[in-house]
Design a protein around this ligand. Structure first.
Ligand SMILES: NC(=O)c1ccc[n+]([C@@H]2O[C@H](COP(=O)([O-])OP(=O)(O)OC[C@H]3O[C@@H](n4cnc5c(N)ncnc54)[C@H](OP(=O)(O)O)[C@@H]3O)[C@@H](O)[C@H]2O)c1
Length: 324
């Protein structure tokens, strides 16, 4: 089968389209014929080994996992002898960070892995980007226990995390102020934001309003700069480590001080989560935002585009006619 393979860490062109052995499902696994996947910031981080800590999980000198791709949507082609929850022909989508393998025509995943039946009303390309950015967004929302009526500011509402965060927050009934550039203000209002700030014209950290939560989905701010935006006891969350990797450190001691605090949740991934996203997609409360689509053969261009830091939502890879 065809797969996007990288055998060393580096820039996008370390990735090559190669013929590799088609995997077979072990007793507890399903074999998925992948119809759509994505190139996201997690793939970029593991391909380039940035930050360096990635090497602790994925190989100090060379990558242990040579086919990346964590988000997928496709059809179950075969099941292991012990599999009871999925059948051949099921349309499934999910998230496979760690083992990866979705940048290929076929992948395997344990039946209790992060996968679920796809919502009936969407295409593979629509479902595939439904778990990476959104699982970061959901981890933030759940950790901060955001509830209906709370005021939340989302910085960077056009990223994969930000665009999911706006929609997930609205589905919970939060009041959302979001930042993006002038060109995308209508788009972000369409995602449900109650108020939109053009970050190219206005410094959101100087805003007059205060918020229960500031969620920096592109990691461009700091707790120090955002503190004045927070109500007493308010929470600051960021998708990045922050200046001098301060966010995880601040998350350890600011909650002990009893005032405004930083939280830095470790994202959680399980079947409940992917089923939750499936239900939201089914109900129309959440639809992953898609920017560009590329065929698997052009995955290097997809990586280059994602690394401009300018994608709007998600970049999808279509895998159309698998070889035998
Ligand atoms: N494993 C990892 O290392 C990992 C995994 C996931 C995410 N992350 C981090 O999480 C962040 C978000 O990732 P993502 O995939 O959701 O989105 P992304 O692709 O990094 O975000 C791109 C969007 O952010 C907007 N943006 C850029 N600078 C901005 C600013 N200063 N203020 C507001 N918006 C800005 C851009 O639009 P405009 O510039 O046109 O407004 C573009 O639409 C990244 O920093 C990424 O490194 C890391």
């Amino acid at each position: 089968m065809k797969a996007a393979v990288h055998t060393r860490y580096g820039p996008p062109d370390v990735v090559r389209i190669s013929d590799v052995d088609k995997p077979t499902a072990r007793d507890n696994e399903v074999l998925v014929k992948v119809h759509a996947t994505t190139v996201n910031r997690t793939d970029c981080g593991f391909r380039a080994a940035k930050p360096f800590i990635v090497r602790l999980f994925s190989g100090l000198i060379r990558p242990r996992v040579t086919v990346l791709g964590n988000e997928f949507a496709g059809v179950v082609e075969a099941v292991g002898t012990g599999v009871t929850s999925f059948e051949v022909g099921d349309r499934v989508f999910g998230y496979n960070e760690g083992p990866f393998g979705a940048h290929a025509e076929y992948m395997t995943i344990p039946e209790d892995g992060v996968l679920a039946t796809m919502p009936a009303n969407v295409t593979y390309e629509q479902a595939a980007p439904g778990t990476e950015g959104s699982h970061y967004a959901l981890s933030f929302i759940r950790r901060a226990k955001i509830r209906s009526g709370q005021h939340v500011l989302v910085n960077g509402a056009t990223g994969a995390i930000g665009s999911a965060a706006v929609q997930l927050l609205k589905s919970l009934g939060a009041d959302v102020t979001a930042t993006c550039d002038a060109e995308n203000m209508e788009l972000v209002r369409g995602l449900g934001a109650d108020r939109v700030i053009d970050h190219t014209a206005e410094d959101f950290t100087k805003d007059d309003q205060t918020y229960d939560v500031v969620l920096d989905a592109v990691g461009k701010s700091s707790f120090g700069r955002c503190k004045r935006l927070l109500k007493p006891g308010g929470i600051y969350l960021s998708s990045e480590l922050g200046p001098l990797s301060q966010n995880p450190i601040l998350a350890l001691f600011t909650p002990l001080l009893g005032g405004k605090k930083v939280m830095f949740p470790i994202p959680k991934q399980d079947q409940e989560m992917v089923r939750y996203f499936g239900k939201l997609i089914d109900s129309g409360a959440f639809m992953p935002l898609i920017d560009r689509r590329y065929p698997l053969d052009q995955i290097v261009e997809a990586y280059r585009y994602v690394e401009t830091g300018q994608k709007i939502g998600n970049v999808v890879i279509s895998i159309e006619s698998p070889s035998q």
